[in-house]
Design a binder for this molecule. Structure first.
Ligand SMILES: C[S@@+](CC[C@H](N)C(=O)[O-])C[C@H]1O[C@@H](n2cnc3c(N)ncnc32)[C@H](O)[C@@H]1O
Length: 212
């Protein structure tokens, strides 16, 4: 993640702003409701889980989307400030919250049944770190990984690439499904599904990976 973005998430003001961002803006409220539906679709594929790890959990925005599919939860984030809001929002999660890095998860191999991770991949510009992140998700999970990535061939990204010569916006961090399949294969996993959050309004995909 770019240092200035990480600093924002680690600061009290940045975490406080993220905590209400998805309620404050009407289109974010709509997209979160939609996102809950896509996450439910992922867990219908993976089925009910004993233990689910959410990393990075942020303020716990998506806890309500997967809580029906697990019995025990662990929520981690690199930002203390984000975790403070998660604790306030979900006092029942208090015991399961801790600080942890997505690139070096403080968990043993196969510690959970499912590792869940939303909206970090597109913040990681270094390809080696992105691979390390996916490897870590697969290492700590016994069977399933559900995570988001920004799809190279999403309408959002195609339009962004077409506009780039004119507005000079920087390239998004993206991946194709084929690239994900190849990485998963290399580490003994397979892609069970890759579900777009929205074909028109978002480039994010939810990938469901299964251990072979
Ligand atoms: C866009 S937010 C997503 C939070 C949550 N998954 C959601 O969708 O609401 C990105 C989060 O990643 C966390 N983060 C950034 N770098 C991280 C790292 N290396 N390890 C763990 N968490 C990290 C930030 O603190 C922030 O909470």
């Amino acid at each position: 993640m770019e240092p200035h973005v990480l600093e924002k998430y680690k600061s009290h003001a940045g975490a406080a702003s993220f905590n209400v961002k998805y309620e404050r803006e009407w289109h974010k409220r709509v997209s979160t409701r939609w996102e809950y539906g896509v996450i439910a679709a992922c867990f219908r594929i993976a089925g009910p889980q004993e233990t689910i790890l959410d990393l990075p959990s942020g303020c716990g925005r998506l806890f309500g989307a997967y809580r029906a599919y697990g019995k025990k939860f662990y929520a981690m984030d690199v930002s203390h400030e984000m975790l403070k809001f998660a604790r306030e929002n979900f006092p029942e999660l208090k015991e399961s919250l801790s600080v942890g890095s997505a690139f070096q998860m403080p968990l043993r191999d196969g510690a959970v049944d499912c590792a869940f991770s939303a909206r970090l991949f597109h913040h990681v510009p270094d390809p080696r770190e992105r691979e390390q992140y996916i490897r870590e998700l697969c290492r700590v999970s016994r069977k399933w990984v559900v995570f988001t990535y920004f799809h190279t061939w999403s309408l959002k990204n195609i339009l962004r690439m077409m506009r780039r010569p004119f507005n000079r916006k920087k390239k998004k961090v993206t991946m194709t499904t084929a690239e994900l399949r190849e990485l998963a294969r290399k580490i003994g996993w397979e892609v069970a599904a890759s579900i777009p959050l929205s074909r028109l309004a978002s480039g994010h995909h939810y990938a469901v990976l299964r251990k072979c």
